[in-house]
Ligand binder design. Structure first.
Ligand code: SAH
Length: 508
């Protein structure tokens, strides 16, 4: 209890506290030594606690009525000029019952809220582990959330505290395990009270867990084994020879953290080594103790081998791509190398990410709303003849096209060639979306006619989405141009080469 709380109790006429039907109040037991015989006690006893009630308004109705009656009882004292101290366990505005009185009374009577020590601080103190350090983010979760939600939040958390255990414990434990954090998870029961218990969460018997307990995922700074430089700047795993390493291949999405999935964020935080093209590594927040192995955009197989070698030596490695790691990116390179000796036994996982086509499409409207084909225009890894053949086939099938790697400073003619080829099948005013640096600082999304597609406006950070005969461009009321492809398709089979008259009129 704070000194201020003790003083206020001493000056109060009335002491009020919430309790369950059994009538025992933790707050009252904590404050007991400061209560006097001449204090008027006002116990506010919940009519229900588990959600089963025969109140016509259900649980919500029963609660609403209870809070209104409780506030009225306190108001009687206040109107008589008496000072009321409502005592709450922990902090009154942190998942506390007091806030229901506050909302009903603070506007009518002079009110002071005295901050308290939350179970979050108490638990960390009793564990003797730092909770958040540097730029770590603390996540506080009620254990009553659904398991999927808990898992997603925990997977992307640095430090976390899960409150309201008890009956929720098995769900919370599963969520922690699914988020890959069971080994770090600690358990604190009745922190700073009598009957306190602390320990590894994995060892706790679910049937023994009361409501007054929390799960803690402490700070990871310092928990990560501090690397000692070895060959290629990689720590040797002396004394850790039994630890199994692993590779997880992740994608950052097209740009910054808004496009990162919670699962990927969690894996990036948990990794000991990050391997990838420097541009993508730069999107990942720096973490003390983590090693970064940046490289240029070439020789994917060498990068894959390097990552798998680290994992063979017991390291937890994240291979980082942009977008989705399985779309023209590192996942295949890693799996290709992992399919042969001596890497067949290294655990490899691939996590999905938001790919450039989906990100650009969303910003432009819904051009990929119907069937579409995805092609890379780069002829570095396949001959142009193959690309041309596929463009013809996809265009003849009237598919919308998502064209990755359309060009670069040294690769300029492909876009021009692709345009000529597509114009053999598509009308000149077929809409084309140019999504450049989607999600990034230089983001631009432009919609042009296929006939006007200018190769000079296309670079390595651009993706092209070419409409089908059905794709429509519309100018909205706010002046913004959008593009979408209907999900219905004309019933009559299309003429082999749809003429402009057949395609819906573009609004631009
Ligand atoms: N794995 C990535 C694709 C890598 S290939 C993904 O799933 O998105 C690289 C190509 O992706 C680029 O040449 C460009 O065509 C496209 N691209 C990636 N990020 C982009 C972005 N933010 N904006 C536009 N295009 C992008």
């Amino acid at each position: 209890m704070t000194v201020r709380a003790v003083r206020v109790i001493a000056e109060a006429d009335v002491i009020a506290y919430h309790s369950a039907r059994h009538g025992r109040s933790i707050a009252r037991s904590i404050a007991a030594e400061h209560l006097r015989a001449d204090h008027i006690e006002e116990p506010l006893v919940y009519p229900v606690t588990t959600g089963t009630t025969d109140h016509p308004g259900g649980y919500q109705g029963a609660m609403e009525e209870f809070y209104a009656e409780s506030a009225a009882r306190l108001a009687v004292h206040l109107d008589a000029g008496r000072t009321v101290a409502v005592i709450a366990e922990g902090d009154p505005l942190f998942y506390g019952s007091y806030m229901h009185m506050h909302k009903r009374l603070a506007g009518r009577y002079p009110t002071e809220v005295i901050p308290g020590v939350t179970s979050v601080s108490a638990a960390a103190a009793r564990l003797g582990t730092p909770l958040v350090e540097g730029e770590e983010v603390l996540t506080i979760l009620p254990g009553t959330l659904p398991e999927e939600e808990l898992t997603a939040r925990l997977a992307s958390a640095d430090s976390a505290v899960v409150m309201k255990l008890g009956r929720t414990f098995p769900t919370v434990r599963r969520a922690i395990e699914r988020a890959g954090r069971l080994a770090d998870a600690r358990y604190v029961e009745r922190a700073t009270m009598s009957g306190e218990r602390t320990g590894a969460l994995a060892d706790v018997d679910p049937d023994s867990v009361p409501y007054f307990s929390v799960a803690v995922l402490p700070s990871r700074i310092g928990a990560v084994p501090v690397p000692v430089p070895g060959d290629a700047g990689v720590p040797s795993n002396s004394g850790e020879t039994n630890k199994t390493g692993q590779v997880v291949v992740v994608g950052t999405g097209p740009a910054g953290p808004l496009w990162l999935t919670p699962e990927t964020r969690g894996e990036l935080a948990a990794a000991e080594d990050l391997v990838g093209y420097t541009t993508y590594l730069d999107r990942v927040p720096v973490r003390p103790g983590q090693l970064r192995h940046g490289s240029d955009n070439k020789v994917e197989s060498e990068r894959a081998e390097f990552a798998l070698d680290l994992a063979r030596r017991g390291r937890r490695v994240a291979v980082v791509s942009g977008g989705d790691p399985g779309v023209f990116a590192m996942a295949t390179a890693v799996l290709e190398v992992a399919s042969r000796a001596p890497y067949e036994d290294v655990p490899v996982r691939v996590l999905p990410g938001v790919t450039a086509a989906n990100a650009a499409a969303a910003l432009a409207g819904a051009p990929l709303g119907h069937d579409y084909a995805v092609l890379s225009l780069s002829d570095r890894l396949k001959p142009w003849e193959v690309i041309a053949e596929r463009l013809h086939a996809a265009a003849a099938a009237d598919l919308v096209l998502a064209l990755y790697n359309p060009g670069s400073r040294s690769r300029t003619w492909q876009v021009g060639k692709a345009r000529e080829l597509l114009l053999e099948h598509r009308a000149p005013d077929t809409p084309v979306v140019l999504g450049r640096d989607v999600g990034g600082a230089e983001q631009s999304v432009r919609i042009v006619r296929l006939a006007d597609l200018d190769p000079a406006q296309v670079d390595m950070r651009t993706i092209l989405l070419v409409g089908s005969s059905q794709t429509v461009t519309v100018r909205r009321g706010d002046g913004r141009q959008i593009v979408w492809t209907p999900r219905r398709y004309p019933e009559k089979p299309l003429a082999e080469s749809p003429s402009p008259e057949n395609s819906p009129k573009a609004a631009n």
